[in-house]
Design a binder for this molecule. Structure first.
Ligand code: 3PG
Length: 400
């Protein structure tokens, strides 16, 4: 983007593909981290006199307009953060978008409606995606890719559109890639990784890569119970992906052979039912040993001994990557495991990276000071796929 700014963007229509996919409670944004993350790029372009057209997806609407997934609240928040009026187009490539963009003055910013309101955005059909990209291209002279959270998606605005316009990477993408490079090339050791979240299946590919790279892998969250079961323990009513047990067993064996320390919970906080996340009514958690979860109980967080163990395993690491909550942190009774890991990163003297999505939201929602972390990624799936060594369509499209 610096090159682009040097060449000059005054009067040019610059399409910024951002990731404004923020969590919403109705129309209230509960975490605006992703909007704040794209501000440097949007500000720099506006300050240089560009006519900035910001676009993003939000949620997973079904390829047609759906008021529950409108970007209007994100556009309003962007305006507040910029301290200037942000115009909003109520469609993506229709009459509203065309007239809003045509009405932009130099240095002004507009947001167009959710890109996924058009089926062409996410289509698997190249021609359909291309046709939508053509219509998006008509709105702009230049493309800046800065939606790091979506670079793993082969979508029209991420992959096809940059091929149609002069393009550059924004500050957010450049910063994210620089950090992730540190984790893949020349990582400082010991390198510890804490992985949580609900499903093992989402993390298999990254565990596969990390078994050749990390010194320690700490497993928490819902996926820990498939690991415990794979070791022959009873997990009661806990979340379990039976079909993943053979893969997990293979990883456990590979970790032993390669000398990677695989750390599993030694205790768990349980309940007989899933807690009410709306009322947050007290759930009266029970602490049980991780190798003997009673048949009528489900594990909902790592227990206090596991918290101590995980903190100790992270304490002396020179590099820490964390992705995925350790428990159902949205309920105060099951937030301690996630807090313990976040706190261990805060206290670490090493380089710490929080890998996007739920863990980034957890850090903010649980009240941690964001500046105490080395880096908080805006991409959950994107940062994992980067670490898996995959080619990310949204980065590949910007590379030439
Ligand atoms: C994310 O939240 O990880 C990104 O915004 C991508 O969203 P998606 O998983 O719906 O493509």
């Amino acid at each position: 983007i610096d090159e682009l700014l040097t060449e000059g963007v005054a009067g040019k229509r610059v399409f910024v593909r951002a990731d404004l996919n923020v969590p919403l409670d109705g129309t209230r944004i509960t975490d605006d981290g992703r909007i704040r993350a794209v501000l440097p790029t949007v500000k720099a372009l506006a300050d240089a006199g560009a006519r900035v057209v910001v676009a993003s997806h939000l949620g997973r609407p079904k390829g047609a307009p759906d008021p529950d997934f409108s970007l209007a609240p994100a556009a309003a928040r962007l305006g507040e953060l910029l301290g200037s009026d942000v115009a909003f187009a109520t469609d993506t490539v229709g009459e509203s978008a065309r007239s809003v963009v045509a009405g932009l003055a130099d240095g002004q910013v507009a947001v167009i409606e959710n890109l996924r309101f058009n089926a062409g955005e996410t289509s698997k059909d190249d021609a359909e995606r291309g046709a939508f990209a053509d219509r998006l291209a008509a709105l702009a002279d230049v493309y800046v890719g800065d939606g790091f959270g979506a670079v793993h998606r082969k979508h029209a605005s991420v992959y096809d559109l940059p091929a149609r316009l002069p393009h550059a990477a924004g500050y957010l993408i450049a910063g994210e890639v620089a950090v992730l490079k540190k984790l893949t090339e020349d990582v400082k050791r010991p390198y510890a990784v804490a992985l949580g979240g609900a499903k093992v299946s989402d993390k298999l590919a990254v565990i596969d890569q990390l078994l050749g790279r990390a010194d320690r892998i700490l497993i928490g969250g819902g996926m820990a119970y498939t690991f415990l079961k794979a070791q022959g323990y009873e997990v009661g009513k806990s979340l379990l992906q039976e079909d993943q047990i053979p893969a997990v067993q293979e990883y456990i064996e590979r970790a032993e052979k390669t000398g990677v320390e695989l750390v599993l919970p030694v205790d768990a906080l349980t309940a007989t039912e899933f807690p009410d996340l709306k009322t947050k009514a007290p759930a009266n958690p029970t602490t049980v040993a991780a190798d003997a979860i009673p048949a009528d109980q489900m594990g909902l967080d790592i227990g206090p001994e596991s918290c101590k163990l995980y903190a100790s395993k992270l304490a002396d690491a020179a590099t820490v990557f964390w992705n995925g909550p350790m428990g159902v942190f949205e309920h105060p009774d099951y937030a301690e495991g996630t807090k313990a890991v976040a706190q261990a990163l805060v206290e670490s003297k090493g380089f710490t990276v929080v890998g996007g999505g739920d863990s980034a939201a957890a850090v903010r929602i649980l009240g941690f000071d964001e500046t105490a972390f080395g880096h908080i990624s805006t991409g959950g799936g994107a940062s994992l796929e980067y670490l898996e060594g995959k080619t990310l369509p949204g980065l590949a499209a910007l590379e030439d």
